[in-house]
Design a protein around this ligand. Sequence first.
Ligand code: FES
Length: 164
Amino acid sequence: MRHSLYSKEIMKYFRKPKNVGIIKNADGKGRVGNLICGDVMELYIKVKNNKIVDAKFQTFGCVVALAVSSILTEMVKGKTIKQALKITNKDILKKSGKVPPIKVHCSFLAADSLKEAIYDYLSKNDLKIPKELQKEHKRIKKNLDKLEKEQKDFVELEKKLLNK
Ligand code: FES
């Protein structure tokens, strides 16, 4: 069966994803696109006293993208900004169980959305943005701009579906 490609954890979060949706008045928002497959993800975070107290996501992605995004939202809750910045796609994959090699790139979507949400939070609050994060932001933004330019029709459809 096709499901055997994925771990129990991936299937659990795919069937019943947690924290799907948006946070109105989020303190940070990260929108990212995956140039390999064209999928897009948005992560919203709420921050109090330098800790992430809530996280929600929306994605136009595959089984793995949906599951790892959901896993990420669970991982970041309660973390300080500094701790959350240390989360990598490898950490997310560790929590996800078996992921086919061809699907590993999907985990970057989640990891990058977290970087972007934190970047957004730090810049909105005039807080110091680490150099590495500034560099990552440039790379992620460049990819998203390229994707949105190449897939204008898809972006329009996405906006309609999300009532933006
Ligand atoms: S195939 Fe696009 S994120 Fe998984």
